[in-house]
Design a protein around this ligand. Structure first.
Ligand code: FAD
Length: 468
């Protein structure tokens, strides 16, 4: 009798899930487990991620039960201890999981794998979340790529992604022995008092099916204009699949396969651009896997000497959407109200924080980590370092976004600003990005620092670092 255990992590789906498919194919019974690893050496989930996780797990639990009569067990604690306990009780012979790539997880998983093997448990792990393994995509000298374009071209040329895997048909994989489970409600994943996630609900449907619907909807309605519209935050021009990708409710293989099918059948414009964005995610994972601890260490060591000028007051104003620059404030409020922010605006708010305000990028990374529903160690730390200038293939430090002209360019009518900063709803278009110049009095907060002053301070600091 082969009793298998599948350990779900960031692969909360039943379609295109190699670990689940193999577990079902090779075993008489399958037990599924999700472990909330609260160890100190693992970076703990932020608040918005916990909220998303709750619903993603509820959806997975339902699908597993309906399709395979598999019960999803919930446990909190150290995975190795939990495995020891379950293996003894249930006579598990095989354990399956899909790989994670964060350094915290790879170190832990390696140890668990070898401990299980010593107990004669068969362990199999798979790639379910990346188009190529981060150790596979290498340049001519055998090193990982530090420039996105070269990474992308090499990936397309040399690493054809696998086909999407078909889920086995409805089956009965029930395990008769009862394995103790926590009650998911006891994990406190959803905030109660205050329930800051209340405004999130209208924006998201959190399920595997919703991820697929969103992809089809995006291809039907937005892909043709993606290349242009993706920069305009008042347009629904992007897929908003990032949280689903992070939690593995959809795989990049599924996205690619559906995109390629649309391209062949409808020749839709925008697809290649969209696919190239999905490869930015691959690039971030390659950097994180090969560089390690990108969330705490500057990719460019010269930034270890950068004269940051962290200031709690201006950080707080930035976080609350009260920095005085309407496009920045709109972005920070969109984030607080929905758990997501448009990519163009992420870049503008990131630039203001790290350049005008000279705040270490890790402060922005931390805030995003706690407030984004798509918070992802690879994408978040690579993007923050990119915007701060300390990352791989980064935007040079001396290229400093002007938050006024960025607003004028990407939100010309101020629709995005008016949506998220209602205090400015009646300000005429010509002043919407610089309300302090409007002739009529209003109470909107003044900029934390003028663009010119912020820019000069940033450039001086950069010079100081270079002179060291
Ligand atoms: P689409 O335009 O529809 O793109 C499709 C997918 O491609 C995205 O879901 C995402 O997985 C990937 N992608 C797109 N742009 C990027 C990019 N620049 N870098 C990496 N992958 C990309 N993305 C996260 O998923 N998690 C984060 O924690 C995160 N933090 C960020 C922090 C900063 C400061 C910045 C500037 C960007 C960050 N991003 C992060 C990248 C990007 O903003 C989001 O992936 C994107 O806005 C998600 O929206 P979407 O799904 O509609 O994107």
């Amino acid at each position: 009798m082969i009793n298998s255990l599948i350990w779900f992590r960031q692969d909360l789906r039943i379609s295109d899930n190699p670990a689940l498919i193999n577990a079902i194919k090779n075993s008489e019974t399958v037990t599924a487990i999700y472990i909330y690893d609260d160890s100190k050496n693992i970076r703990q989930l932020g608040g918005a991620s916990k909220w998303w996780l709750y619903y993603a797990l509820k959806d997975l639990e339902k699908s597993l039960k309906e399709k395979y009569n598999i019960t999803l067990i919930y446990r909190k604690g150290s995975p190795s201890k939990i495995f020891e306990e379950i293996i003894d009780k249930v006579k598990i012979s095989n354990i399956y999981w899909n790989r994670l790539y964060e350094p915290y997880h790879t170190e832990r998983d390696e140890k668990i794998k070898s401990a299980l093997k010593n107990k004669n448990i068969e362990v199999e792990s798979f790639n379910a979340s990346l188009l190529a393994e981060p150790w596979e995509v290498k340049n001519g000298s055998g090193n990982y790529f530090k420039v996105y374009t070269a990474f992308y071209e090499s990936s397309l040329k040399n690493h054809k992604p696998r086909e999407v895997l078909k889920a086995p048909n409805k089956q009965d994989k029930v395990l008769k022995i009862k394995v103790p489970s926590d009650n998911l409600e006891d994990w406190g994943l959803r905030p109660i008092k205050p329930n800051w996630a209340k405004p999130f609900y209208p924006y998201w449907k959190i399920s595997e099916e919703a991820a697929q619907d969103r992809l089809y909807d995006f291809l039907e309605n937005a892909i043709a204009n993606y290349s242009d519209n993706r920069n305009f935050p008042d347009i629904e021009g992007t897929s908003k699949l990032s949280p689903y990708l992070h939690f593995g409710q959809i795989s990049p293989h599924q996205i690619l396969s559906v995109c390629n099918f649309h391209k062949e059948t409808k020749g839709i414009e925008g697809i290649d651009k969209y696919i190239s964005e999905v490869y930015w995610r691959e690039f971030s994972y390659s950097l994180m896997f090969n560089f390690k601890h990108m969330d705490t260490k500057n990719f460019r060591p010269e930034f270890d000497n950068f004269p940051w000028d962290n200031n709690d007051k201006t950080l707080r104003a930035w976080q609350k959407g009260e920095a005085g620059y309407p496009i920045v404030d709109a972005g920070m409020r969109e984030l607080w109200s929905t758990g997501w922010m448009h990519n163009r605006v992420r870049m503008i708010v990131g630039s203001l924080l790290t350049k005008h305000l000279l705040t270490h990028w890790s402060q922005g990374e931390e805030w995003f980590w706690n407030t984004l529903v798509d918070a992802d160690l690879a994408n978040n730390s690579a993007s923050w370092q990119w915007i701060a200038g300390s990352g791989a293939d980064a935007s040079p430090y001396f290229r400093i976004f002007n938050p006024i002209t960025q607003g004028e360019k990407f939100d010309p009518k101020g629709n995005y600003i008016r949506k998220w900063v209602p205090e400015l709803k009646n300000v005429p278009d010509e002043y919407i990005h610089k309300p302090w110049e409007a002739p009529l009095l209003h109470n909107y907060v003044k900029p934390v620092i003028s663009h010119e002053q912020g820019r000069n301070k940033a450039l001086e600091s950069y010079k100081k670092m270079r002179n060291q």
